[in-house]
Design a protein around this ligand. Structure first.
Ligand code: COA
Length: 173
């Protein structure tokens, strides 16, 4: 029989996250984070015309989402989550790839904060070239955990032939 969690048999759809998706997204959010976003926080982010908010769906059900806001030339990845049983099937990777397809431009930067203890997310971001560039001490209110600040910079064309690390060293907190 088909494994209901086998994504190799189930096409993954990535599209814009809409207000109608929020009940499903919030259910995943509550299962994923100790201090989940409220409905109002999602609505605020979706209302920003310059943001990119994406939903991942399997069989028309939301199984993951990504929320990214733009501040000038810097994109801030505000939120990303995949429903527990659907993890380690490449869904977050697909969401990030679609974000970068849309937003990558030479010199553009992405930043985010992640809990120091969140090895899964840190490994994911490092795969995409994010580098750590400092801490926000006691950033998370629930347990006063520090946030790791990470940056990814899209190389300028002239720097593209140079060492990629050189381009990413411009990351700043
Ligand atoms: C972090 C999260 C979004 C990853 O989603 P995902 O769909 O499982 O990620 P992917 O399957 O695309 O994983 C890509 C790579 O990230 C790394 N990774 C993901 N989960 C990992 C884990 N639990 N442990 C170690 N590495 C992990 C691996 O390198 C993985 O590649 P691999 O499976 O080939 O080894 C998911 O675990 C999640 O929703 N966590 C709770 C919410 C959260 O912490 N969000 C991040 C807030 S900053």
């Amino acid at each position: 029989m088909n494994d209901p969690l086998d994504l190799t048999r189930e096409p993954l759809q990535i599209r814009r996250l809409t207000y109608a998706d929020l009940p499903q997204a919030i259910a995943i959010e509550r299962r994923s984070f100790p201090t989940p976003w409220s409905l109002a926080m999602f609505v605020l982010e979706l209302s920003k015309p310059s943001g990119i908010c994406l939903a991942a769906l399997v069989r028309d059900r939301i199984c993951g989402y990504l929320v990214c806001s733009r501040y000038d030339t810097v994109w801030h990845i505000m939120n990303i989550a995949v429903d527990g049983p659907r993890r380690r099937h490449g869904i977050a990777t697909e969401l990030l790839e679609r974000l970068f397809e849309r937003a990558d431009r030479p010199g553009v930067q992405y930043t985010l904060e992640v809990r120091m203890s969140n090895d899964a997310a840190i490994a994911l971001y490092e795969r995409f070239g994010f580098q750590s560039s400092g801490l926000r001490r006691g950033y998370y209110h629930d347990n006063k955990e520090d946030a790791l600040i990470m940056w990814r910079t899209v190389p300028e064309p002239r720097a593209a032939g140079a060492v990629i690390g050189e381009a990413t060293q411009g990351a700043r907190a």
